[in-house]
Design a protein around this ligand. Structure first.
Ligand SMILES: Nc1ncnc2c1ncn2[C@@H]1O[C@H](COP(=O)(O)OP(=O)(O)OP(=O)(O)O)[C@@H](O)[C@H]1O
Ligand SMILES: [Mg+2]
Length: 447
């Protein structure tokens, strides 16, 4: 019978037997029912233990998988730092924890029904003995047949309770699992606003007004009091020391993060109240850590497009200087990129990401320049590709290289979550101390 069936049929059986037992002798039945609360407490306690250990076991599973993924994706670092033994130990530890938790759960599960059974047997024996004594000594007026029927009914009450206790533990397990699912579901809510008006392609300006952002669980805001206007078609470079909030700021534009305060306007329209798709479709993001999927190079370039034309892919690839190295590969654009782009150099990966952005023909381009060293040849190609690509588009470039800054119409200097200066290169050199400092340390050597 199904679990659900059991939960319906078994109580009905118990109630019918209970009524029968009451009809025969209500006094004796009442006495026998003293066992009821004990059974209830027992079932509840076991249920709670099962629920807790199920939840912990699921968490241990997640830990184990996380360690596994981390180690495998970072295998080159693990090897380079000869950390194989330490990683093995770490994995062993989480694995052992999982094993212990699973064993604990199985033990509680196995203990539930014998305990209920033992309780039932004890109560049954006591009830039978007591009732037998009362009837045989004529303390209660009842014949032997009735006594036996009564005892059978008492047993019949107990059987469903035993079965239901199993159901209860199963429910507790399911509940613990559901709780974890809902925890995750609730966490990653991205506000969908069906019927929200479409955002037309940017033509005027992007305006950030009093924008603030605080990461969940962070004590202090990562961004505060950001006021910035970016004219359509202009290129704005953002510079600032590590951790000053540059990546956070550009993540707000495609609403990968929602501002905790203030507004972002596209041509005077609040992006928060417009369709998310229509916003994201006009923004291309080339991120700091280039994401390459385990697919062919062609598929990586056309990612996000439904029906890309091969000619378009080729054009984009040429503009991003991808074509020159893909042509040398035996399978060309059908070459599978290894897991996490392992078979491509950092510069090549970034060029693929740029080709991906070019193919989308975005109104707004966000380029979070990589911090990692890229070979000078690749770097030259990347700035050439970007230079051609951004003409006529709105571009927000987080700059770590001097060439990128030179291409900008305005430079935004950030520090500790705030904009501290804004202007062209020459003016900033004269007026902004932090900019001069950055220029000397970060950009100076790239001249
Ligand atoms: N997911 C996160 N949760 C909590 N704090 C974060 C998170 N991401 C970033 N931060 C914090 O927010 C601040 C700004 O980070 P952000 O990544 O925007 O810096 P950045 O200017 O891009 O630095 P970099 O030049 O190193 O790329 C930092 O103090 C950082 O520690
Ligand atoms: Mg960053």
């Amino acid at each position: 019978m199904t679990l659900f069936g059991k939960t319906l049929v078994e109580p009905a059986k118990a109630v019918a037997s209970l009524v029968g037992a009451f009809v025969i002798s209500w006094q004796m039945t009442l006495i026998a029912l003293v066992a009821g609360p004990f059974a209830a407490v027992l079932i509840r306690t076991f249920g709670k233990i099962i629920r807790r250990s199920t939840k912990r076991a699921l968490e241990n599973w997640a830990d184990m998988l996380a360690v596994l993924e981390e180690t495998l994706t970072g295998i080159r670092i693990v090897k380079a730092y000869t950390m194989e033994a330490a990683e093995r130990k770490r994995f062993h530890r989480v694995n052992r924890q999982l094993y212990k938790q699973q064993r604990r759960m199985a033990r509680t599960d196995a203990a539930t029904s014998p305990s209920i059974e033992a309780l039932g047997l004890t109560v049954g024996l006591l009830a039978a003995g007591g009732a037998g004594y009362l009837v045989l000594n004529h303390k209660i007026d009842m014949d032997i047949e009735d006594l036996i029927t009564w005892m059978v009914m008492l047993a019949a009450i107990f059987d469903p309770v035993r079965k239901l206790s199993k159901v209860a533990t199963r429910f507790q397990r399911g509940d613990a699992a559901a709780e974890r699912i809902f925890e995750i579901r609730d966490r990653q809510k991205e506000k969908r606003t069906p019927g929200a008006p479409m955002l037309p392609r940017l033509s005027g300006s992007i305006e950030l007004a009093g924008v603030e952002y605080t990461y969940p669980n962070a004590n202090s805001p990562a961004l505060c009091g950001i006021d910035l206007t970016i004219q359509a078609g202009q290129t704005v470079a953002i510079v600032g020391p590590n951790g000053c909030g540059k990546t956070t700021l550009v993540s707000l534009l495609p609403r990968l993060l929602e501002p905790s305060g203030g507004k972002i306007l596209f041509d005077g329209r609040d992006v928060a109240t417009h369709s998310l798709r229509s916003l994201r479709r006009q923004i291309a993001l080339v991120s700091q850590d280039t994401v390459i999927f385990n697919a062919t190079i062609g598929e990586n370039i056309s990612y996000g497009l439904r029906r890309p034309k091969p000619q378009q892919i080729l054009d984009a690839a040429k503009k991003a200087y991808v074509d020159e190295f893909v042509r040398e590969l035996p399978d060309g654009y059908d070459t599978m990129v290894g897991q996490r782009g392992a078979t491509l150099s950092g510069g090549q990966r970034q060029r693929i990401a740029i080709a991906r952005a070019i193919l989308r023909d975005p109104a707004v381009l966000i380029f979070d320049e990589a911090l990692s060293q890229i070979d000078p040849d690749s770097e030259q190609r990347i700035s050439q590709a970007m230079g051609e690509f951004i003409t006529g588009r709105t571009a927000v470039m987080i700059a770590h290289r001097f060439q990128t800054i030179l291409a900008a119409d305005a430079i935004v200097v950030m520090n500790e979550g705030q904009i501290v200066a804004l202007g062209p290169h020459k003016q900033l050199l004269e007026t902004c101390e932090l900019y001069t400092q950055l220029y000397n340390t970060q950009f100076g050597n790239a001249k």
